[in-house]
Design a protein around this ligand. Structure first.
Ligand SMILES: NC(=O)c1ccc[n+]([C@@H]2O[C@H](COP(=O)([O-])OP(=O)(O)OC[C@H]3O[C@@H](n4cnc5c(N)ncnc54)[C@H](O)[C@@H]3O)[C@@H](O)[C@H]2O)c1
Length: 358
């Protein structure tokens, strides 16, 4: 297998084993396709060239935009599958950033009531986060991921080779989700990551640096899947992964409504800092934490504020999927390596955060 390695991550509730493959040789993907299955690949049109050797795949080239992560696009892909006679034994591949892997996973989990699928994340963000954990979905009425499923792919194939062609801004937003995971679970890896990314040149990394990045992404995936396998349906422990996300999703909703471009990872960085500020206002973490995190995020190229006042995103925050009636569930940082789930009424949240600018 050469430098192609895999780890099994079992999600016990479904007796399902998701295999995580990592390696530089993209052609190894052909070994992962089940025998006698037609392959239908939904591929981000910016990465199609990487797959030019896959002559037997039927390809749906996707123009991956957050605004195209919709039921309409999912229905369009289903029509294409039907036209191309994809049967229940077909194998779907989603290759691209988080928009593509979320959409492809969603289509695979509903087409003919569900067919087998594998994901090939090609952004840092989708490799370290979006393609892992089985959450698939689309946005609806400007609310992020409002319609979706939790279905695990058979495998995820990660390769750092894809990152070399990413725009700087897209590469950098991926760092935010990695820092989030390490901030929750591993202060040592968090600190290591901050210093590693300060000088990482993603377009022209040395062999050694790229190998290190591959290991960091794999470690990030392992930490995420450890918690996913304990709480696949996201009713308890898994919620910690939403650190910063209630603010982030609301900020993304605001951006979509106001024709502003804020990438998911950028919103997550701002959301984490906003959560630290909220936690300090509530007296559950030191005031210095927000500035410490802000400094770390800036040092790797991430902005932490978009100048949006809390009142502009408050209504969208109330539509968060984790909200139950008047009560919102926030994941708040108490320190590096220490986060807590916090239930708060919408009116108390408004009182506490009314003056925040995110
Ligand atoms: N399912 C989950 O658990 C989960 C977790 C986090 C984020 N997400 C979702 O992921 C999405 C964000 O993902 P993303 O940041 O990867 O965005 P994306 O899919 O929009 O990709 C960003 C840009 O990079 C381009 N691109 C992709 N791979 C490339 C490559 N190798 N070289 C050059 N360009 C490339 C894409 O065409 C796009 O323009 C959001 O919709 C978010 O909600 C899902």
């Amino acid at each position: 297998m050469g430098n192609f390695c895999y780890i099994c991550l079992s999600v016990t509730s479904h007796y399902h084993i998701m295999k995580l493959y990592t390696g530089k040789d993209i052609n190894k993907l052909t070994e992962l396709i089940p025998a006698n299955s037609g392959v239908f690949a939904i591929i981000d049109n910016k990465v199609e060239d990487y797959f030019s050797a896959m002559k037997n795949w039927k390809i749906f080239p996707l123009r991956a935009l957050e605004s195209s992560k919709t039921l309409g696009t999912a229905a369009h892909i289903c029509s294409w599958l039907m036209e191309n006679k994809a049967d229940r034994d077909c194998f779907i591949i989603g290759a691209g950033g988080g928009v593509t892997t979320d959409l492809a996973g969603f289509v695979a989990s509903v087409y003919k009531r569900g067919v087998r699928f594998g994901l090939v994340p090609t952004t840092l963000l989708s490799s370290a986060d979006a393609a892992l954990g089985g959450k698939n979905g689309v946005n609806h009425l400007r609310v992020k991921n409002m319609i979706g499923t939790i279905t695990q792919p058979e495998w995820v194939f990660q390769s750092p080779v894809f990152f070399r062609t990413l725009q700087r801004r897209v590469f950098t937003e991926g760092i935010a989700e990695m820092l989030k995971t390490f901030l929750i679970f591993s202060p040592d890896l968090y600190a290591f990551c901050v210093s590693f990314f300060k000088s990482y040149n993603h377009r022209n990394p040395s062999e050694k640096e790229e190998r290190l990045l591959e290991r960091l992404v794999r470690e990030c995936a392992r930490l995420k899947m450890e918690v996913v396998k304990k709480d696949e349906r996201d009713h308890g422990e898994r919620m910690v992964l939403n650190l910063g996300h209630t603010f982030a999703h609301a900020l993304e909703g605001w951006a979509a409504a106001n024709h502003r471009k804020i990438l998911h990872g950028e919103a997550v960085a701002a959301g984490i800092v906003a959560s630290a500020k909220a936690a300090a206002i509530m007296g559950i973490c030191p005031k210095s934490l927000a500035s410490e995190l802000s400094e770390d995020f800036h040092s790797v190229g991430l902005k932490t504020s978009f100048g949006v006042s809390f009142s502009k995103i408050f209504n969208t925050m109330q539509q968060d999927k984790k909200a139950s009636g008047e009560i919102l569930t926030l994941i708040l940082p108490l320190g590096i390596g220490n986060v807590a789930r916090y239930l708060i009424t919408a009116s108390d949240l408004r009182k506490a955060c009314g003056r925040l600018v995110i």
